[in-house]
Design a protein around this ligand. Sequence first.
Ligand code: PHE
Length: 337
Amino acid sequence: MIEEIKKVEQEIKEHLEKINSKEELEKFHNLFLVKKGKIQQLFDRMRELPREEKPAVGKILNELKKLAESRYREIHEKITAEIESTPKVDLTLPGRVNFVGHHHPIYQTMRQMVNIFTELGFKVAEGPEIEDEYHNFDALNFPPDHPARDMQDTFFIKSDKKLLLRTHTSPVQIRVMHSTTPPIRYIMPGRVYRNEAISARSLAEFHQIEGLYINRRVTFAELKGTMIEFSRRMFGENLRFRFRPSFFPFTEPSAELDITCFLCGGKGCRVCKYTGWLEIAGCGMVHPNVLKAENIDPEAYTGFAFGLGIERVAMLLTGIDDIRMFYINDLRVLQQF
Ligand code: PHE
């Protein structure tokens, strides 16, 4: 029996020397220290011993058990401490490159436009995309039977036609006139909606920047100066300008602004449809009826307003010739800008 105990002791010592990992330690535990392990087996065999030998053998066995247990605990502590002190991250690994997004080209264009107008002294205001007929049409001097109110162009929200998706940013003019007093100098960027067939040139949802300046003795010359200065800063110095007479219910006189095509220098190309000119804004002097609707005295104050299409400007700047490209969210397109 003593012989056998010595053998197991030898085995235990050999095992202990080789333990390097938690798994190996676990194996050791399973082999010697569990209920059916080798040490317990020796204890069980003590039954076969003559009575007078039992105490001595029992002592040796108990010492062996204690030794195995305390070595087990020591190694367990050592390994646990090692695991805890090894860093969880491997600092030698190369860094992971995160995907970094960027602003959408439409938003980039809008920011550029807003920045220029801010430099020119305009403040920024915003209004709701869900509007009522008063702000979108009535206050802007649209006659009750104006074709633009038609179901064809306007997305009405309620069948009673009182609520709608704004068809332009001009209703924000009315809101700004309502909440401030002249002098008023604001730009109003935002999303607008029109019930239009979707094509390479038009979408049912797009963006505009509205401009409004109201003060004493504001003239058409100031409108021209503002539009020309904006265009030069946005598109380049060497531009020529053309103000064509036009019509909007809320401006009188009204004009559309063309600039020489900065892609071909006015010679004619695919983008300007071989005319040499690009149409970039609708504008005009604020109609007296609009001022009156918001209790601004048209005898004392005059003003100008303009509306620029952001997608249109973005198309000109990026060379994208299909407006739908901005919204199909194809990263191969968007990552280029
Ligand atoms: N609201 C007009 C449009 O959407 C543009 C415009 C704004 C024209 C301001 C004149 C003055 O077409």
